[in-house]
Every structure is written in C-alpha cells, then in structure tokens.
Design a protein around this ligand. Structure first.
Ligand code: FPP
Length: 242
C-alpha cells in the first residue's frame, strides 16, 4: 500500500477543447466531463480517499455565454437527480460549497435534498464547488470574524490563521493533500486558495473527459513519491522517522 492522500481536490478543465477536437458542441464536452466525474468519484472511493473536492463552477464562470451557463446548471440538476440514489447507496456524503445566492430555486432545493439524504453517510465526502471562489471563501470567513469584533465578542489581536481557517467552508475537513488540474493549464484559478497552502500539485495535459482511472493512479503515484516537509528540512524528517 502506498501513501494515499486523505483529500484530493480537482480542477476539471478541458471539456470545451475535448468537444472542439471532435467537432461537437461544448455541451457534449460537459456531458462527457460529467461521466469522468462519476468515474473519479467511484475510483476515489475504491482507494479509500476520504475527501474529494471537484470544482464544477467558479464565481467567474457566470461570465460565460448565457446559454452555456444555463446548460451547465441543467446538467448539475439532472446529474443530481440521476446520481443521488447511487451516491447514497455507496455511502458517499455529498456537500456543496459556494455562494448559493445566485442559484435557481429548483437547483437549491435539489442540493439541500441530496445533502440531507447523504448527511449520515460515513464513506467518501464529495464536495462539489459551485459558484465558488477561494477569495470569496476567505472574505466570508473574515467578515464573520469582523462581525464578532464589532459585537465585542472577539479582539482583533485574537484573529489568527487558525481562527480564519475555522470559518472557511471546509473547516471540519482536512485540507487537500493533492491538487490535480487537467488540460495543461498551470493555474489555481481561485480554487481553495487558503486550504491548498501545503498541497502537492499535479498538472496533466489530459483533458478532463479523458481523465481515466489510469490518470488518477498516475497522480496518486506522484503524490506518494513526494516528501511533504511543511517547512522542515529533509534531514529533520528522516531523523523523526528513525
Ligand atoms: C471545464 O471545462 C469544466 C467546467 C467549467 C465545469 C463543468 C464540469 C462538469 C460538467 C464536470 C462534472 C460536474 C460535476 C457537478 C461533478 P471548460 O469548459 O473550461 O473547458 P475548456 O477550457 O476546454 O473550454
């Protein structure tokens, strides 16, 4: 058995290019991306990974053509309708993170139904980030602390990295150990900026719909080989492991 990350975070990129290469509409790429997401959930659960975070729609994705945004929202809704029972039966706990204020009533209702259905599950925690941005997350955490200062419940001097982290969307879960981005882009694109501080980064040229079980294993093998030092020297780590 090799060193398995507890939390894997993925930016699923390249659906549009995958479709373009096949002279298909972008929506076909997103549909294929949905299937790849289904497979990666199954494969992470099989490998005993505790948390999987998928970046499905960023705060900036609202800038895409209205028709594509509407297709994506429809795809999320039908995907949830189709997969909710399967996720539940596989003991997956589904959680959505992000700013819910711009989502449709119908999607919000479905999200809260599926969250409630899967809440007791103790298997893989699947986080779907929709209308999410790392800067949004840090901002909302800092706003909560600022309100506590205004109310006299907290002193500004007591605001620490730990207290900010405690108010982020993933506060009860371990930070990602491994970050994966597909399609050859070498950016974080405002995903989980705080929580990725010490994550190992894995970039691949493979487009998201082609991200297979083999690609996942490649990323996991890279992770297993890396030495996570958290600021310590290599020598300190080998002394401690003796
Ligand atoms: C990136 O491709 C993908 C997205 C913007 C989001 C949509 C993701 C899915 C449909 C996958 C599964 C979703 C869930 C809810 C699990 P892109 O359009 O940025 O591709 P491009 O960079 O090639 O144009």
């Amino acid at each position: 058995m090799f060193n398995i990350p507890r939390h894997v975070a993925i930016i699923m990129d390249g659906n549009g290019r995958w479709a373009k290469q096949r002279f298909m509409p972008r929506l076909a790429g997103h549909r294929a991306g949905m299937e790849a997401a289904r497979q990666v959930v199954k494969n992470c659960a099989k490998r005993q990974i505790k948390v999987l975070s998928l970046f499905a729609f960023s705060s900036e994705n609202w800038r895409r053509p209205a028709q594509e945004v509407s297709h994506l929202m429809d795809l999320f809704l039908t995907g949830l309708e189709r997969e909710a029972q399967m996720l539940h039966e596989n003991n997956v706990q589904l959680r959505f993170i992000g700013d819910r204020s711009r989502l449709s009533e119908k999607l919000l209702k479905k999200i809260s139904d599926v969250e409630a259905l899967t809440k007791p599950n103790a298997g893989l925690v699947l986080i779907i980030a929709v209308d999410y941005g790392g800067q949004w997350d840090i901002t909302q955490a800092v706003q909560k602390l600022a309100r506590a200062v205004e109310d006299g419940a907290l002193r500004s001097a007591d605001i620490t990295a730990d207290s900010i982290a405690a108010h982020l969307s993933f506060a009860d879960l371990p930070d990602p150990d491994l970050f994966i981005r597909t399609s050859g882009e070498l950016r974080m694109s405002n995903f989980m900026l705080w929580q990725l501080a010490y994550a190992e980064l894995f970039f691949t040229d493979v487009l998201w719909p082609d991200f297979s079980e083999k690609e996942l294993d490649l990323a996991l093998a890279h992770y297993a080989k890396r030495e996570r030092r958290y600021g310590h020297s290599s020598e300190q780590l080998s002394e401690n492991s003796c």
